[in-house]
Design a protein around this ligand. Sequence first.
Ligand SMILES: *Cc1c(COP(=O)(O)O)cnc(C)c1O
Length: 396
Amino acid sequence: MRFSYSGHKNASMIWEEIDKQLTELGQQHALRRRRTLASPCGVEAEFDGQKFLAFGSNDYLGLAAEPALIEAARQAASKWGVGAGSSHLVGGHMMPHDQLEKALASFLCAERALVFSTGMMANLGIVPALMGRDDAIFADRLNHASLIDAALLSRADHLRYPHNDMAALEKQLASSTAKRKMILTDAVFSMDGDLAPLPQLMQLAERFDAWLVVDDAHGFGVLGKNGRGALSHFGMKMHPRLLYMGTLGKAAGVSGAFVAGSTNVIEWLLQRARTYIFTTASSPILAATLLASIDLIDQGEARRAHLQRLIARLQQGLANTRWNLMPSPTAIQPIVIGENEEALRVAEALYAQGIWVPAIRPPTVPKGTARLRVSLSAAHTVEQVDRLVNALRKLA
Ligand SMILES: *Cc1c(COP(=O)(O)O)cnc(C)c1O
């Protein structure tokens, strides 16, 4: 329904443009559509009145509907209520929030951690709190949208280097005259599944006196010893110039994010990160549930070993077919198709067989690289991965 503004000359300008752009998006097969799930997050998803085998969530360890966590949430609701009531600095910081920060710092062998409501908010808070107009940010071209927006919001110079190109980054750093420098990178690239060369990035950060901010949304819980993430995967330790950010809505199965680092920089973020300060603290239920989730991650070797078996199974199953899996060692296993229309066609063909794999299109990925983003979870069985492989082989 549309209101009539017939009395106002030119008033329709404001929506005619949007109508036109929406039509164009439709013509480019770029309109996004949501599926409304009638089931909890899991490998069997129900929507449109049907059940599907799902390969679309980032619930890599299968914790989102884990009974032990549901029980932790129930108990937390009884003990703490459902809402925090105000922001952390005003009066909403409760014991579960505090315990979660301490548990994360201890799990990661970091001096201190700060918990944000989402990963988007963490990145939008961290970067502008540390960088400003006279500074320069060096960012991988495939970084997540939240890191791109964080850099823009900071008003610092934003230099983007070709994906994982250390020589290009080194050149940019060497020629910079900025007061302060920061290197920003995904640890596991969210649409490709490959890793950033963190040891080399750390060396460059040292050499050019820069911060290194690592966003490990897809590595935390999955990679490294006990799921400690990408730093552990590379045998790296925390360092005063390193900020390690992770999210809690993916492998951790709940919602939220954190940044870990040395005491003073975390204190500074607490004082200055606007997305931490000017927002209501997240529900204590989430914090208490996450405390239980960290334990399951810590003890999750069997889940992680099973996930690795599934990754190998998918890779072997699709080897020597027309389906090009990107070279990814993680749970994110994208199949690059190319054009939007073709990617949608393959996704539709799988859908017709009761298999749900999201087609990812620009602007989420570069033009001409539309893909099926297969995302595996420890909750999948070998048979379920085989079902996907067989369906794809038949389509090839
Ligand atoms: C998902 C994601 C985020 C955002 O985290 P949310 O908690 O979902 O807001 C940030 N960075 C990367 C790399 C991500 O994949």
